[in-house]
Design a protein around this ligand. Structure first.
Ligand code: PA5
Length: 459
């Protein structure tokens, strides 16, 4: 079970000036009843569909069957998707696969396929991936809930032509689409060309879809225990049933960060795992927190221009990059560390030879001990400087604990939406840029507009 240490959000554990008083915490706990009631009512109305992903036994059976059959017949899986259709996939795979997966030989990968995720339409990245992968041995999973996202569709057209060039009409057997059950261009193509598909539940938005077929199929294809992932998520949902804020860690996390932003000026929320394989998890969190909470209007349509700025970092690497700012810069941040008790593999630091006295403290310890000591030390040092911080403690990164962590952050985002009074499930702010892109690319129905920087204003 994951644990949230939040003591260093409180004045009495900081410098006596910054952070929350215990009275303020009690006030938040009192107000939580109304927040919980609103979440329950919105869940019943179908707005918080991601909670229900913990009960999808039939879908899981289908995905496992698919992965064991067709999936295992390919030695590379190529995922095409962007935003919520890619970040969760990357987070799961990097957390739960062995490090440097694609560089391992078949035996070291237990004969599961290699896996590449293409998100951006940077031609250099796409061309390099297609040069590296054998089209006759690949399974391409195109993921787009809307089935019409420009980047993913452009990649699909490039990849389909590449498959057809190698295999002619057999190309469609190398494709599987994950998309809306009824709507969108991808669904239309699948029906017309008899391409295998999986459905994204209509009430689950892109950035909340990691535990739907969006994340589950790629995970199952490389041997992740998707049932354990969902069991962990279920534990997070159960803990979120508590009406006591102090016993509901996801709700407490949301309440503290909302209050830190709106009443203490801590508008920057940093997630800093002390584990390299959780770097992509911090990137997934960044999208979830940013796209869900950054909003122009509140639920009543009143302008609010609200939303915290999420930042991803990795310990101990970023101690030598951003921690100076976190320690001494403005009091505008809350840091959340992720501390992993059992890192899976550990490396002893050897002694021997004639070491200078300054290095004598290292031998006899392990790299894992050093990493954990740095996490604890950074948290304590920040607290001494009056900097609010929390630590999320994972016993180990297993499918179960990782599923719990994914659901923890999604639930927290849903609660934060209520505290901020905004809709955490839409993203109207990205529409204008999309329309201007369509116009620039000549899509019918979109008037050409000036999108380049005004001439004459360049230095
Ligand atoms: O969270 C979201 O809804 C977005 O980030 C989408 O995931 C992203 O825009 C990709 O959309 P789609 O899955 O429809 O291609």
């Amino acid at each position: 079970m994951i644990k949230l240490s939040y003591g260093r959000m409180l004045q009495d554990a900081l410098d006596g000036t910054h952070g929350f008083t215990r009275q303020r915490l009690a006030e938040l706990a009192k107000r939580f009843g109304a927040v919980q009631a609103e979440v329950r009512q919105r869940r019943e109305a179908g707005e918080y569909g991601f909670y229900d992903l913990v009960d999808q036994a039939e879908t899981v059976r289908g995905i496992r069957g698919f992965a064991e059959g067709l999936g295992q017949a390919h030695d590379h899986v190529l995922v095409l998707g962007i935003g919520g259709s890619a970040l969760g996939v990357k987070a799961v795979l990097n957390a739960l696969r062995k490090p440097a997966w694609n560089e391992l030989d078949d035996e070291a990968r237990d004969f599961y396929p290699r896996l590449t995720v293409l998100e951006n339409v940077d031609p250099g990245t796409v061309a390099a991936a297609l040069r590296r992968i054998d089209p006759r041995r690949v399974l391409v999973n195109v993921i787009s809930k809307s089935g019409g996202t420009a980047e993913t569709m452009a990649q699909y057209l490039v990849v389909r032509a590449w498959l057809e060039e190698a295999m002619g009409p057999a190309a469609h057997r190398h494709l599987v689409f994950t998309t809306d059950p009824a709507r969108g261009a991808l669904r239309e193509l699948a029906q017309r060309e008899k391409i295998a598909t999986l459905s994204v539940p209509p009430d689950v938005g892109g950035r909340y879809s990691v535990l739907s077929p969006v994340g589950l199929l790629p995970a199952a294809l490389v041997g992740v225990d998707i049932e354990a992932l969902l069991a962990g998520a279920r534990a997070a949902v159960q803990r979120a049933e508590s009406d006591d804020l102090l016993r509901n860690p996801a709700a407490l996390y949301a309440a503290l960060l909302w209050a830190a932003d709106t009443t203490l000026g801590a508008r920057i929320h940093v997630l800093m795992p002390y584990a390299d394989h959780l770097k992509e998890f911090a990137e997934w969190y960044r999208q979830l927190w940013a796209e869900s909470l950054g909003k122009r209007v509140d639920r009543r349509g009143e302008p609010v221009h609200t939303g915290p700025t999420p930042v991803g970092a990795v310990g101990a690497t970023d101690q030598h990059s951003q921690v100076q700012l976190f320690m001494e810069g403005p009091f505008d941040k809350v840091l959340t560390f992720i501390r992993v008790e059992d890192l899976g593999e550990d490396v002893p630091i050897p002694g021997g030879g004639d070491l200078p006295p300054d290095l004598a403290y290292l031998p006899g310890h392990t790299l894992g001990e050093l990493l954990r000591a740095e996490c604890d030390a950074t948290s304590a040092a920040l607290a001494r400087m009056g900097r609010m911080n929390m630590t999320l403690r994972l016993p180990a990164v297993t499918a179960e604990s990782f599923g719990e962590a994914l659901m923890f952050f999604q639930i927290a985002t849903g609660y934060a939406g209520v505290w901020y009074g905004i809709n955490p499930f839409d993203q109207p702010g990205v529409e204008l840029g999309k329309k201007l892109t369509f116009a620039a690319m000549g899509r019918p129905g979109y008037e050409p507009e000036e999108t380049a920087a005004p001439a004459g204003d360049e230095a």
